[in-house]
Design a protein around this ligand. Structure first.
Ligand code: IYR
Length: 240
């Protein structure tokens, strides 16, 4: 077929500087695409954030596989500006719980969250108790790298750090769900304490924390409704 492109990518000049490889893309039959699309949609629909984890252990290999999947996320200038920091150490988890509960105590009980915010959270029934941080077998904290720290001591800018790390977070959550585990996107606020407790360098800032494990048997979750397709998708077929 004749190429629809006047300006092919990569250009011969680009490729002479930076070698490219062929994209090993597998084009599926239409019915297989639909089957996979539905399967993924249905599986995603069953995901819930949970707040009561079982203490049952989870092998490190599963966490590693989820991090590898998440780390395939697209990122600004392919900088992959993230670090996933995992712990299953009881002392570390206890220290994280204590610090998170102290911040949340100020949020909930000393009015650091305003009345509107507290009202929005009411149906979820959250409070400053974060026992799950000790009970869940793993805590993974995703750090964004505000800049790149090279081994020779120099630094380089990263680009679209929050967007890139946010996409990696979504892929991590999806990977955890698809392997049969559960998590909670937890952002104790402010969460600067995580950098000290986990001994992370200056260029890293905590982005989100994930307690990970199996749901405690019989765990209940809020009876949420998700927005329908028409509430979240619009096709535009003429200029605005
Ligand atoms: N960080 C607090 C409050 C909280 C905020 C939102 I937005 C939530 O969706 C849930 C909780 C906490 O962790 O309790």
């Amino acid at each position: 077929m004749e190429s629809p492109y006047e300006h092919p990518y990569p250009s011969p000049e680009l490729e002479s500087e930076h070698p490219f490889i062929e994209y090993a893309f597998e084009r599926l039959a239409g019915d297989e695409m639909l089957r996979r699309a539905r399967d993924f949609r249905d599986g995603s629909e069953r995901r819930r954030s949970i707040r009561l984890f079982s203490p049952d252990p989870v092998p490190r290999q599963l966490i590693e596989l989820a991090v590898e999947a998440a780390s395939t996320a697209p990122s600004g200038a392919h900088k992959q500006p993230w670090t996933f920091v995992g712990t299953r150490d009881p002392e570390v988890k206890a220290a994280i719980r204590a610090a998170a509960e102290e911040e949340e105590r100020v949020n909930y009980l000393e009015n650091r969250m305003n009345a509107d915010w507290l009202e929005a959270l009411e149906p979820l029934g959250t409070d400053h108790h974060k026992e799950f941080l000790e009970v869940a077998p793993w805590i993974v904290v995703l750090f964004e790298q505000r800049f790149e720290q090279r081994s020779d001591g120099t630094t380089r800018r990263n680009y679209y750090v929050k967007e890139s790390t946010g996409i990696a977070a979504g892929m991590f959550i999806t990977a955890i769900h698809r392997m049969g585990l559960a998590t909670l996107t937890h952002t104790p606020s402010p969460m600067g304490f995580l950098r000290n407790l986990l001994g992370r360098p200056d260029n890293e800032r905590p982005f989100v924390m994930f307690p990970i494990g199996f749901p405690l048997e019989g765990t209940r979750v809020p009876d949420l409704r998700r927005k329908s397709l028409d509430e979240v998708f619009v096709e535009v077929d003429r200029l605005g």
